[in-house]
Design a protein around this ligand. Structure first.
Ligand code: ADP
Ligand code: MG
Ligand code: ZN
Length: 497
């Protein structure tokens, strides 16, 4: 099999995001994962004839937020449509969705690529629909249906076919995951199915600079792979399908084309770590969309648009760039501080209170991150105020406490909520500069450790280690309150080193 050398992956993504509203899209049932089956259902979401849907405004606002963060336009007028759907997990036999007039259209997301570059990926649309329930295959002789998820608000984001490699797909998927969490519209927990990916994958055979120019090449069939609920399966799927297309081109040549074979639906099998065929275009569904008669269209005016725009604020990519530029911290630190918005807000507020950014960052990503880790929460949630953080950072900068003491104060601050100044005093953690006092400890350490003293005086291989040991002894005698630089200076003087 020879591999064609002029192929270019072309990929577009459809992403489903379950919105974290209190209630479902068109009824007042709780939107909650993990409860016993069919405990959050009502005539509307199980599709009883005669029941009437009522739109959840919060879901619309969450969707506007995402759309606007993706630089989409939110048109004046958007409406609901029925999409035929005949499966037991949505018993009313249709799904309420949006067909020709979606809530948001024509946006883009800039994704980071290795080497510090970014690439702009077009967003075709983001529209709202309702999720289906879940078929439960836990029984020996039958299948159950759990309708707790039926009617949960689902945002579908569709990209333009602008992704050109597995790397770009993964960068996009991660950026999108981060964005919806950042905006607080979804937990996007993929194990719980709160974010699902459907890549459409084809290869352009021909000049890679002229994708879509039919005189310069052609497409292989497009494979749409349904319902991927992990980054791993998305990555694996894209690579698998690309390899598969390569093999078919080698085997069938021009016969393996979109024009001849069309579009196909495939699924990913976790157990096989491979994709499998589901259906071809000849079996394609006729969704027979038509306007939903039971729901009024939604009219979005400027005031509403502005109100939502104000809630968006600075987005993670912009914030990261600002941190790198203004705070002069590393890429890794900037990443860790922009996983969620409250953590960066804490940093910004501490800096606004007059603290040095770098010292705040060290405290947050040192002791702060380790406490957050233990508790399984975000750094912003360990309960320290910007004022406390700023005060501690200033104490460090002014040499009032050393780094070891600052860690102790930090932990105590989280525990008690007291100010760092008060804690430092109560715990005797303020740095001691009194040369007389430190001198006494130095004398004690010298008296108690003649071997180390001899090693220092003798010079040679053991000197450095022995000097460090003595410094440590003095620090211990001071209860961590002496400043190491001052201890070392006094030791040098007394030992003549
Ligand atoms: P459908 O209605 O069949 O789902 P759409 O035209 O709405 O098809 O496109 C669905 C997805 O397919 C979009 O994400 C789009 O970017 C992607 N797509 C369109 N053309 C191609 C292509 N040649 N190769 C890969 N993906 C494509
Ligand atoms: Mg599709
Ligand atoms: Zn309901």
């Amino acid at each position: 099999m020879t591999k064609p050398d002029n192929t270019q992956p072309v990929i577009g993504l459809e992403i489903h995001v379950e919105l974290a509203t209190e209630t479902k899209m068109f009824c007042r049932c709780a939107n909650r994962f993990g409860d016993p089956p069919n405990t959050h259902t009502c005539p509307v979401c199980i599709g009883m004839p005669g029941s009437l849907p009522v739109m959840n405004k919060k879901a619309v606002e969450y969707s506007m937020k995402v759309g606007m963060a993706l630089n989409c336009t939110v048109p004046e007028f958007t409406k609901w449509d029925r999409k035929s759907y005949y499966y037991p997990d949505l018993p009313k036999n249709y799904q309420i969705s949006q067909y020709d007039l979606p809530l948001t259209i024509d946006g883009h997301l800039d994704i980071p690529l290795t080497g510090g570059q970014t690439k702009r990926i077009g967003i075709t649309r983001a529209h709202l629909e309702e999720d289906a329930g879940k078929n439960v295959h836990d029984f020996p002789a039958h299948t159950g249906v759990d309708l707790n998820r039926a009617g949960v608000p689902l945002l579908e984001i569709v990209t333009e076919p602008h992704l050109r490699s597995v790397e770009e797909v993964m960068s996009f998927a991660r950026a999108m995951h981060r964005l919806v969490r950042w905006l607080g519209v979804s937990q996007a927990n993929m194990e719980m199915g709160q974010m699902r990916f459907e890549p459409n994958i084809s290869l352009w055979v021909g000049d890679p600079e002229k994708v879509f120019d039919e005189s310069a090449g052609y497409f292989t069939p497009i494979f749409e792979v349904k319902n991927l609920n992990s980054f791993r399966s998305l990555e694996r799927t894209c690579q698998w399908v690309i390899d598969y297309h390569q093999a078919r081109i080698a085997e069938k040549g021009r016969g393996w084309s979109l024009a001849d074979v069309g579009k196909q639906n495939w699924g990913f099998r976790d157990d096989l770590n491979a994709c499998e065929f589901q259906r071809g275009k000849e079996e394609a569904h006729d969704y027979r969309y038509f306007p939903e008669p039971d729901l009024a269209p939604v009219v979005v005016d400027d005031a509403w648009r502005e109100r939502i725009a104000k809630q968006i604020g600075e987005l993670p990519i912009a914030r990261k760039a600002r941190y790198l530029d203004k705070y002069k911290i590393s890429e890794k630190e900037a990443d860790a501080l922009t996983l969620d918005s409250p953590t960066g807000d804490l940093l910004d507020a501490a800096v606004a209170a007059g603290a040095e950014a770098k010292r705040c960052v060290n405290l947050m990503l040192g002791k702060g991150a380790s406490i957050a880790n233990e508790r399984g929460c975000r750094i912003a949630e360990i309960r320290i105020t910007p004022e406390q953080l700023a005060e501690l950072a200033k104490m460090l900068a002014g040499g009032k406490v050393n780094a070891t003491a600052a860690d102790k104060i930090f932990a105590k601050m989280v525990e008690t909520g007291d100010t760092p100044g008060k804690i430092a005093e109560a715990e005797g953690l303020l740095a001691i500069f009194d040369a007389g006092k430190i001198g006494e400890w130095v004398d004690q350490a010298i008296a108690k450790n003649p071997q180390a003293v001899e090693d220092v005086r003798a010079g040679g291989k053991k000197q450095k280690k022995a000097f460090g040991f003595l410094t440590g002894q003095v620090m211990q005698l001071s209860g961590g309150a002496a400043t190491p630089a001052q201890v070392q200076k006094l030791l040098h003087e007394k030992l003549g080193g």
